[in-house]
Each structure stands twice: as structure tokens, then as C-alpha cells.
Ligand binder design. Structure first.
Ligand code: HEM
Length: 143
């Protein structure tokens, strides 16, 4: 299904469709590829962009639509990548901007909510969660 077939529901109360997710993923990763700091990380890891996009559509349709089509281990995939906390913020900013442009506000908000939660877990998983900023207590660090 092409972008022109995607139903436009400006009220935002219709159910999100896999076609909408496919357009979101397509536009998002086109932007990621040319992003000054995200691009180099992704372009070094991904050779097959159509394959990556198809995988991510199945991931997001499993998350947002409950299709259970995705099989994989995102945590393991992100470990070992040269990712910093700033990458997660930039990733989320771009996701939010792209979702807001393409989806009705309610759906965009929902997709940003999913990504924020998953992103937080991934950050912990790759060892750059909030806790790595320290405990925030007035203790002397003897490590
Ligand atoms: C909310 C934030 C994020 C989500 C939900 C997310 C989700 C995913 C998913 C589902 C995959 C596919 C895993 C698989 O192969 O089964 C993936 C792969 C990947 N992600 Fe993320 N990701 C996020 C943030 C980031 C960030 C910040 C970066 C780096 C700047 C990043 C870089 C990559 C790369 C390079 C791959 C491909 C890895 C490979 O195939 O070897 N991701 N991501």
C-alpha cells in the first residue's frame, strides 16, 4: 500500500493501521540515514535498508497493534553499538517530529509514548540509563 492509500483521519479516533506504520517507519529511517549523528551509527550497521524497514514495521505493528509478527531481540542488537545518551534523545526527537507530521495527534502521541518507554528500557539495557549518572547522593565516590 502506498502513502496515498493511507487513510487520513484528522480527528485521530480511527484505529491505527499497519499501512500508517509502514509510512512512519519509511520516512523516519530516511531521515535517520541522513541525520548528522544518528546516520553514521545506522549506516555502519545496516546494509539492507528495505529489510531493516520491513523488520521495524513488524516490530511496531507488534507493539502498537498486537500483531505478534516481530521475532527478535532488540536489547541484544543495541548492545555493542556505539550509542550514547544523546543518540536516544535525537532518535526520540526525530520520531516525535515524524510521527506528528504523518499521524493524527492522538496516534502520534501514542507512538511517542511507546518509543519513550521502550527507549528507556533500551538505554538501561545498553548501560546508559539514568542510573549511570550516579545515585545523586552526597557520597564520596571511592571507586
Ligand atoms: C526508542 C528507541 C529505539 C527503538 C524502539 C529501537 C528499536 C530497534 C529495533 C526493534 C531494531 C531491530 C532489532 C532486530 O534486529 O531484531 C533496531 C535495530 C537497530 N537500532 Fe534501534 N531502536 C531505538 C534506538 C536506537 C538508537 C538511539 C540507535 C543508535 C543511534 C539505534 C540503532 C540501531 C541500529 C544500528 C540497529 C540495527 C542493528 C543491526 O541490525 O545490527 N537504535 N532498533
Amino acid at each position: 500500500m502506498t502513502a496515498s492509500n493511507v487513510p487520513t483521519d484528522t480527528a485521530g479516533d480511527a484505529a491505527l493501521t499497519e499501512a500508517q506504520l509502514a509510512v512512519l517507519v519509511d520516512r523516519f529511517y530516511d531521515r535517520v540515514r541522513v541525520h548528522p549523528t544518528l546516520g553514521p551509527v545506522f549506516n555502519a550497521a545496516i546494509d539492507d535498508w528495505p529489510g531493516h524497514k520491513a523488520l521495524l514495521v513488524s516490530f511496531w505493528s507488534s507493539v502498537a497493534l498486537g500483531t505478534r509478527s516481530y521475532r527478535g531481540n532488540p536489547m541484544a542488537k543495541h548492545r555493542g553499538l556505539p550509542i550514547h545518551a544523546a543518540h536516544f534523545e535525537q532518535w526520540l526527537d526525530l520520531w516525535q517530529a515524524t510521527a506528528s507530521e504523518l499521524l493524527p495527534a492522538v496516534q502520534a502521541e501514542r507512538m511517542v509514548g511507546h518509543a519513550t518507554r521502550i527507549g528507556r528500557s533500551l538505554r538501561y539495557g545498553v548501560g546508559i540509563g539514568e542510573r549511570t549518572r550516579g545515585l545523586g547522593l552526597p557520597l564520596v565516590d571511592v571507586s
